[in-house]
Structure formats: C-alpha cells, structure tokens
Design a binder for this molecule. Structure first.
Ligand SMILES: Nc1ncnc2c1ncn2[C@@H]1O[C@H](COP(=O)(O)OP(=O)(O)OP(=O)(O)O)[C@@H](O)[C@H]1O
Length: 592
C-alpha cells in the first residue's frame, strides 16, 4: 500500500512539477524559519529576558534587534506559508483537471459495447469521487515535505546539542511511521469498499433522476427512494467505519509528538541539571520539539490519505487502461457531394455475450437510392444501422463505402460521409443552432436553415421565441418528441452526408410529414443514399428497394410491391404495421 501510494504521489509530482516545487520550497523555507525561530526565542530568553530579570535592565539596541529578528522571521514564515498552500492547491487541482480530461477522452474513445456495460453514474463517480480520492494526499504533501526537511535539520541540531535529547527524537519518528503503517493496512479494505459504494450511489441516483418521468408516471417514488436509501445507507455505514478507524488512530498519531515533547522536556531538564546543556539550549530544544509536534502530523495526513488515494487511482487507471477502441485507417474518401454506395458483404455480427444478431447479410445501397430495412422486432435492424455508421464492427464479412472497407477510413472521412440518426434523439442542453451545427466547419446559418427545411423543422424553429438562439433545455425537454427527432435529423443533414442512415428516426413525426421529409430527401439536388429502418407502409413504399430481415438474416429483398406479392411473411408484417397505424390514427381522431 505504501509503495503504491508513494508511486501515485510520484506520478502526480511528475504531472505538476512546478506548483509542487513552489509548495515544497515554501514549506521548506517555512520550516527553516520556524526552526530559526527556536534559536531566536532561545537567544531572546537567555540573552534578553534573563539578564533583564537578573539585572533589571537591558540595552535598547539588543531589544530592538530581538524584535526585528522575531518580526522578520514571522514575515518570511507567513509568505512561505502562502507559497506552500498555493503550490499545494494549484498542484492538486491541476492533477484533477488532467485526469478528468484523460478520463473523458478515454470514455469517448471506448466502443459502444464498453459503455453499455458501465452505468453513467459510475462513470461520473470515476471522474469525480475517484479523481478526488486519488489526489487527496496532495493537499498536505508540500507541508509534509517541508516537515521531513525540518525533521532532518532538527535531528542535526539535536545531535549537535545533546545525544540524549537526539535519542528521544530518534525514537519518536519510527514509532509514528509504524503507527501510520498499521493504520494504512487496516484502512485499505474499508477505503476500497467506500469508494465502490460511492460509485454505486452515484449510479443508482443517476438512473433514478434520469428516469424521473417513468418513476413518477408509474408511482414508483417510494420504491425508488427505498432503492436509493439502501445504497446510501450502505455508504453511510462504510463511511462511519472509515471515520471510526480514523477516530481510533488520529488521537494516537496526534498524541505521539506531544508525548515526544513531554519526554524531551523531562530529559532536557535532567540534562540541564546535570550541566550537559545550558538554559538557552534547553529552551531551544523544548521549543523545537513543540514546533515540530504539529507539522509532524502533516506526514500523518499524507500517510492517512494514502489508502483512499491508492483505491481512487486504481479505479481511475481501470478506465484509462480500458481497451477496445476502434482503430481507424488512413484512407480518405474523395470530397464530393455525390451520393455514396454502401455494400454489405456477408456481414455477421455477434454481441459480446455471444448472441448472434446478424449473419450472411449481403446487399447494396446504390448511390442516390433509398433502401428500407424491414423486419420484426429483434430481427437485427438497429444492429445493422449501427454497423452502417461504424458504431460497431462486424464479426464477419465487411462493409464498404464507395468500395473502401469502413475500417480503413479515417474517422474524419467517415464522419463527413455517413450520418446516423437514431430513434431516441439526443439533444444537447444548448441552442437550436449549436445543436445542429455542432461547431462543424462550413455549417453556417444558411446551412442550418437548409437542414431545418429538409427535416421539416423550419416552421417550429421560426416560431420559437429566439429562433435559432432558443435554448432547448437538458435533452431538449422544451421540445416535443417529434420536434426533437426533426432537430437531430437536421443535425445529420447539415453535415451534407453522402450516406444517411435513419434508424426509425422519424417515428414520432406525423406520418404525412414523415413521407414529405423522406420524399424531399430523395428529390433534393445533393441527395444522399439512404438506408432507413421503416415501419410505416407509406415510408416503405417510398424506398427504391426493401431488405427484409428475419432473425438476423435477409430472407427477401426487392421492391415493396414485388415483395408484397412474393413473400408472405413480408406481406403479413407490413399489413400488421398498417393495421396498427390505422388503429392509432383512429384512436387519435376519437380522442380529438
Ligand atoms: N447490447 C446487446 N447485447 C446483446 N444482445 C443484444 C444487444 N442489443 C441487441 N441485442 C439483441 O440483438 C438482436 C437484434 O437487436 P436489434 O436491436 O438490432 O433489433 P431490431 O430489429 O432493431 O429491433 P426493434 O425493431 O425492436 O428495434 C435482438 O435479439 C436483441 O435482443
């Protein structure tokens, strides 16, 4: 634990060497001045106070010198203390910012499958609670370094004054380290559990708040509160356990130096009486011991925070070491507005749990055409859409965009060429403009309005209070489901992709509007090739070709009319969709 803790501190010093140097230097100057003060106090007592007491008078110059020495030392002590604290703070917050950046970068580089296994609340806890725990020893670190320096100087001073007093000091420090070592060993498992529970509470809390609407709609407030309370209570108990252990050790750790002062005083008095040291030396030694007693605790603070910091660092490293990033190639597709060709060549996909979602999928989306993916629920449509946008890679076969394997393309080229719009739209807590442009070069207001028109979203955007500057709230809470979907469609279109993948992306949009949007996409001058997961007959009928999926395999493909006649399962499914749509419309009309 000690070795790993010190290695962690070493890593953090390497990350922020300058603030550490400022803090440590400040601490050393501070401690040197504190020790120097011991001599001054000794000199003031023996050279000014005692003669004044014995003779009844003292030279004014000597008094002024004493005052100036005390004042000067105090000013330097104060300034160096500021440097120590500022250095420690800058260092700690600097390291925290560094790790938070690295964690965020890692999260965003990791594949979808990794994210599916890690709750958002836990990820938040990694970036907050774990980073803070890992860096906690940095706050007292410069102080502790200064103290070690102080102890080293004090030891020299003790030995130069008297060996018996030096032995007292020599015994005190090993005892202090031994006590801390026992504390760290006992604390390690408790700190680990507490850190795990922090992540658990964060995960449960995040899920409850994220699903607040469901919780309220289903009247599950009490049950959710209970679920949260169970985790929170466990965390409370774990933290009380940590506190109890601290409470048991802290008085001993804090009391040991005080005991040292007492023993040093007794030994010092005995040595003074034996004539081994004079009065000035006795005062100096006693003062040195008493000024050491408090700073020595800083070493205890650093050591006390080590178990928690090791656990925090391990959890941070776990994220930083996570692998599975998608490797991108170095091929660039030509920058042309012409629609792209997407070819699936015997594509297979198995989820990490072994579930084979797709097999032997072969079809092509020809340039400028629209292909509708139709299939019963769970047949693999979304998986196929994710493959087309390279959110996941196939476990067999290949996908080619304009003849290039998706895995060989650069990330930028792929992002420019293909855009995926998902069924559940994600809207950032920002303005309409920012949500659509995403700060992409070339996406100016004209492009944003063109995209809004193509997505059928220009009317409602124009009717918003501040138009493009309207803030849409977290996840777009101020918009309707259909408006959010159209906004995310506009976002995809603003990038002028050459391949558009729509995973049931217009399900919340009125069917007539949906047909208009899709018909508009086909007819526009810079039309993209479109792969659309479709449920409505009108949408399917707009497609040039239909690919019909059953249990992850293509069982038929052709035109909608052709498949209706030749493939019975297809005809049954589309008829079922149509009936459901008609029933929904009937219900809506009656409700109105
Ligand atoms: N992360 C996952 N891990 C394991 N299996 C998964 C995962 N996601 C989906 N599946 C499974 O893969 C199969 C295909 O899922 P997919 O979401 O592609 O179907 P879909 O046709 O889009 O369904 P729907 O129409 O209901 O959206 C399903 O059997 C599903 O249970």
């Amino acid at each position: 634990m000690l070795r790993r803790g010190l290695r962690n501190i070493g890593d953090m010093i390497r990350l922020e060497p300058r603030p550490f140097a400022v803090g440590a230097l400040g601490a050393m100057v501070n401690t040197a001045m504190t020790l120097f003060l011991s001599y001054i106090v000794g000199w003031v007592v023996a050279g000014i106070a005692v003669p004044a007491y014995e003779n009844g008078e003292v030279a004014l110059g000597t008094v002024l010198l004493g005052v100036a020495a005390l004042l000067g030392t105090s000013i330097i002590r104060f300034s160096s203390m500021c440097a120590r604290r500022i250095g420690a703070g800058v260092m700690m917050f600097g390291v925290q910012a560094h790790w938070r950046r690295r964690i965020t970068r890692r999260y965003l580089a990791l594949p979808v499958s990794w994210h599916q296994k890690h709750p958002t609340g836990t990820l938040l806890s990694n970036a907050n609670a774990d980073v803070e725990a890992a860096t906690r020893p940095l706050a007292p670190l410069p102080f502790a370094c200064g103290t070690i320096f102080m102890v080293a100087i004090a030891m020299i001073a003790f030995f130069s004054i008297d060996w018996a007093i030096a032995l007292v000091a020599l015994g005190m420090f090993p005892a202090l380290f031994a006590l801390n070592a026992i504390f760290a060993t006992k604390m390690a498992p408790r700190a680990k559990r507490a850190q795990e529970l922090r992540a658990e509470v964060s995960a449960v809390g995040h899920e409850s708040f994220d699903g607040a609407l469901v919780v309220k709609a289903m009247g599950r407030e009490a049950a959710e509160t209970e679920r949260f309370s169970a985790s929170a209570d466990e965390l409370r108990d774990a933290m009380i356990g940590v506190g109890r252990l601290r409470a048991a050790f802290e008085p001993a750790i804090a009391g040991l130096p005080e005991l040292g002062v007492l023993v040093a005083l007794l030994v010092g008095l005995a040595r003074f009486e034996a004539g081994a040291i004079d009065l000035g030396q006795l005062v100096t030694v006693s003062f040195m011991f008493s000024v050491l007693a408090f700073p020595v605790r800083a070493i205890g603070w650093v050591l006390g925070d080590l178990p928690g910091s090791v656990v925090g660092r391990e959890r941070v490293d776990h994220v930083l070491a996570a692998t599975g990033d998608m490797a991108y190639g170095d091929k660039e597709l030509p920058e042309t507005p012409a629609p792209a060709t997407l070819a699936f060549d015997r594509v297979a996909y198995a989820y990490p749990d072994g579930h084979e979602a797709l097999a032997e999928v072969t079809f092509t989306v020809e340039p400028g055409t629209t292909v509708a993916l139709v299939g019963a629920t769970g047949s693999g449509k979304s998986t196929l859409a994710h493959l087309a946008a390279r959110l996941i890679d196939p476990s067999g076969g290949a996908l080619r965009l304009d003849g290039e394997d998706l895995r060989d393309l650069t990330h930028a080229s792929l992002a420019r060429s293909a855009a995926l719009v998902q069924q559940i739209p994600f809207v950032f807590d920002d303005t309409v403009r920012a949500n659509i442009s995403l700060d992409r070069p070339g996406v100016d207001d004209d492009r944003v309005w063109d995209a809004l028109v193509a997505a059928g979203a220009e009317k409602f955007t124009a009717s918003l209070d501040k138009g493009l500057d309207t803030e849409v709230g977290e996840r777009g809470t101020t918009l309707s489901g259909g408006q959010r979907q159209r906004l995310t469609l506009a976002r995809a279109l603003a990038g002028r992709p050459r391949l558009l993948v729509l995973d049931d992306a217009t399900s919340a949009v009125d069917p007539k509007v949906e047909s208009q949007i899709l018909a508009g996409l086909k007819g526009s001058s810079e039309s993209a090739s479109v792969l659309v997961v479709a449920y409505r007959r009108a949408t399917i009928a707009l497609a040039d070709r239909v690919v019909f999926l059953e249990n992850g395999r293509i069982t038929a493909q052709g035109t909608h009319v052709g498949l209706l006649e030749t493939h019975r399962p297809y005809a049954e499914l589309v008829t079922a969709y149509e009936r459901a749509e008609a029933e929904r419309e009937f219900d809506e009309e009656n409700a109105a």
